[in-house]
Ligand binder design. Structure first.
Ligand code: F6P
Length: 361
């Protein structure tokens, strides 16, 4: 086991419920090994500007159920450049911080891999409500976010039913429609629009009309925020869809953007458990001398994946890969594995989408 004096823990990017549970798990797991922990404030910015604090057992008391992040968060531009990374590295060297656990999304992992390349071992933990990190089946915060959406949408449906209305609900998920899809199924949405699968607006409108004619009084249409605008104007797709539904179905249609309300709140059991498992695994990996890894959940097992590989996988899944990009880094066999992984992931997503269509009449 490598000799670690202190490890740092930070949260970066959009906050997510369960981040505190992960900070607690990292702190407690490290202290159990006799390794000191520093909590770094405002993500990588705290490393650059030396904003951190030594954490003792009692500093992470009673945070497991707290929303937001006690370490605060930031999307740090300075850390994208060598000057910022070198300042952060100097902070680590001067303060005996031998490794970092970075909790966040893909931006956080890019920072972690850069920092590892500059000599500070890092392990990433997926923490984002969007569940848009392809290497893991689930990210910390996703389950809570969906439960919040369910609570809000159930309320909207009550009032829709009283007034015979439709509500178009836009939920977060800039790069992925997981929240819209899963929470849409769980709230019985009549239609779900996500970025990953072309949305058949005419079919959705026909379905709403048929539902209205069969006596239905309450209609929910769930939309992920990441859908590109279909024409000029300052409104998001979801708002325009609400207008078009009202015009074409004759059903009075309201629009609700749940936005950041879904990022707050106390984490669910599933998120607390995931955070505990991942936080502990991150410390074990770091103290075993491993680095540049992201801790993932796959088929309910906690596994580790090289951050560079995980980021490439993510780009492949999201269709962002440039010609030759993967070939420059990976063997043909690795690329085939990546492709298989992405195909299976998309097939599972598509299967859920098809189920949602079949059971929403
Ligand atoms: O990355 C998570 C996320 O919640 C996205 O779904 C959303 O688009 C974004 O963060 C908004 O974040 P902020 O308002 O903090 O910039």
């Amino acid at each position: 086991m490598a000799k670690f004096r202190r490890i740092g823990v930070l949260t970066s990017g959009g906050d997510a419920p369960g981040m505190n549970a992960a900070v607690r798990a990292v702190t407690r797991a490290a202290l159990a090994h006799g390794v000191e922990v520093v909590g770094i404030f405002e993500g990588y910015k705290g490393l650059i500007h030396k904003n951190f604090e030594v954490f003792h057992e009692r500093d992470v008391d009673n945070i497991i159920g707290k929303g937001g992040t006690i370490l605060w968060s930031d999307r740090c531009d300075e850390f994208r450049y060598e000057e910022g990374i070198l300042k952060a590295k100097a902070t680590c060297i001067e303060n005996n911080i031998d490794g970092i656990v970075a909790i966040g999304g893909d931006g956080t992992f890019r920072g972690a891999t850069d920092f590892t390349n500059y000599g500070i071992p890092c392990i990433g933990l997926p923490g984002t409500i969007d569940n848009d990190i392809s290497s893991t089946d689930e990210s910390i915060g996703f389950d809570t976010a969906m439960n919040t959406v369910i609570e809000m949408v159930d309320r909207l449906r009550d009032t829709c039913d009283s007034h015979r209305r439709c509500n178009v609900v836009e939920v977060m998920g800039r790069a992925a429609g997981y929240i819209a899809l899963e929470a849409g199924i769980a709230t019985g949405a009549s239609a779900i629009a996500v970025k990953e699968i072309p949305f058949d607006e005419d079919a959705a409108i026909k379905k709403l009309i048929a539902q209205k004619e069969s006596g239905k009084r309450n209609f929910i249409v769930m939309v992920a925020e990441g859908i590109p605008l279909d024409s000029a104007g300052d409104k998001q797709y979801s708002e325009k869809l609400a207008e078009r539904i009202q015009k074409n179905t004759g059903i009075e249609t309201k629009f609700a953007r749940l936005a950041h309300v879904v990022r707050g709140g106390s984490p669910t059991l599933r998120d607390r458990l995931l955070a505990a498992r991942m936080g502990e695994a991150a410390v074990e990996a770091l103290l075993d001398g491993k680095s540049n890894l992201v801790v993932c959940l796959q088929h309910d097992n906690i596994v580790e994946m090289d951050i560079g590989y995980a980021l490439s996988l993510d780009r492949l899944y999201k269709g962002k890969v440039q010609p030759g990009e993967l070939e420059a880094k990976y063997t043909a066999e690795q690329i085939a594995d990546m492709q298989r992984f992405c195909d299976e992931k998309f097939a599972a997503f598509k299967k859920l989408y098809d189920i949602s269509n079949r059971i929403s009449n």
